[in-house]
Design a protein around this ligand. Sequence first.
Ligand code: 5GP
Ligand code: MG
Length: 178
Amino acid sequence: METQVILNSRHFDLTLKRLCHQLIENHGDFSGTVLIGLQPRGVNVVTRLKLLLEEILDKPVQCGSLDITFYRDDFRRRERPLIPSATNIDFVIEKKKVVLVDDVLFTGRTIRAGLDAMLAFGRPSGVELLAFIDRRFKRELPIQADYVGKAVDTLSEERVSVEWQEIEGEDKVVLFTP
Ligand code: 5GP
Ligand code: MG
């Protein structure tokens, strides 16, 4: 197995900060915007973005998490049942701008399911997508991110590992090639 660090902790931090400034450019002080992280690992991205955004804006930013298990298009095709994570959206998204957030964008099927799951909570005035890592090739649906932390061209059999200081002990992104 070959491994390649594609974001070290310094670049990881710079990338998150840059994403915050891009978000602020489009959403101002976030008074009409909410961030929603897709479970499980999109939530880690939202947790960090929230910390940084609130530091910059000096006011709270509304954030939630969304589980898409039952909205997956392969839900009924699996041999073993999928175990859902928590959805936690304790605010109204009606007429709000929503930024959906995930750690890795690949085929686009998770985001398609996320859009479906989100609409159960109301009709936002607009939806954008933030992907911390965009695995550019092999998209299977016409879905692109509005904000990209880092784009990487990967083969299907490769795997990107997004690691967080609070979970894995260090902020970094590693590409594994079998
Ligand atoms: P998609 O549905 O776009 O094919 O895949 C995106 C979802 O699968 C994301 O929620 C992401 O967490 C996960 N995923 C896909 N490829 C990778 C990868 O290389 N590394 C990680 N960590 N997650 C991935
Ligand atoms: Mg995921």
